[in-house]
Design a protein around this ligand. Sequence first.
Ligand code: NAD
Length: 302
Amino acid sequence: MPAKLIMGTEVREKILEEITAEVAQIKKKHGVVPGLVTILVGQNPASISYVTLKVQTAHRVGFKEVQDSQSEKISEKELLALIDKYNKDDTINGILVQLPLPKHIDEKKVLNAIDPDKDVDGFHPVNVGRLMIGGKEVKYPPCTPAGIQELIVRSGVETSGAEVVVVGRSNIVGKPIANMMLQKGPGANSTVTVVHTRTKNMDLHCKRADILIVAAGVPGLVKPEWIKPGACVIDVGVNRVGEKVSEKTGKKIAILKGDVDFDAAKEIAGWITPVPGGVGPMTITMLMKNTLKSLKFKLGIA
Ligand code: NAD
């Protein structure tokens, strides 16, 4: 029997509705709404489209959104001063610096200058530490891993005692999701294995997985025979494998493929995320959730 599809596009709608309702309630009771600033440096087309999507989503859920576009000639000192300004701004709960930054700016220095309590991307070392400790320490789980966990939980997949295998050990997906799934608590309590480029017999590890999370960036890396029948397969990979003409707009668009051989895998897995439409839509959604959380922490209602 083919796997149940886990549609991030549908889960996104549900979560955004929940956020919109909560924002309206907070506005009524406390007279404030979450404030998010997106800082864009330069004119990188991909960055512009990501920022545009974040701005549109923030407006949709009723946030105050400040889009701060800066010239690519801005100095590191000026950018750090800008972040300091937003760190001190009481109406701003989340600060997002769109990456990549121009080469003359030290990205790490800039990200580390964000107040950890406004770091809604969850990349500041303080928030990475909080995530490692787990439980109530966690303020802002990084958005893509948080989206993955949300998809698993909302699909009703049992995580407690489950064998979770994560393919990939990046700081933005592999390491944090592995860490989140092994924590004590709901949506976690799993036994976690992380496999990577130096792992021997990757197939044997994957075959044990009740929940297989793949974030390698290699199209079709995971073969159908590596999947345990009935497993939950979360494909994080987004790989451009060609171009096609959009039926809707007539414009050229990228053909995207995941890290899993989807057509064959869906005949074996119990649940599976498609690419696109699976994990992708969750990242910005969780950014909104983190920004709302930031205001709730400030109001003492989180
Ligand atoms: P990355 O390149 O930083 O890390 C990839 C990891 O996979 C590395 O740890 C590497 O060791 C491992 N890896 C690579 N090839 C492998 C192989 N052949 N066998 C075993 N392990 C291998 O990538 P990332 O930032 O973690 O992203 C991974 C994928 O997820 C990419 O396709 C990226 O586009 C996608 N992604 C999607 C979203 C989203 O949908 N919102 C967000 C982030 C990343």
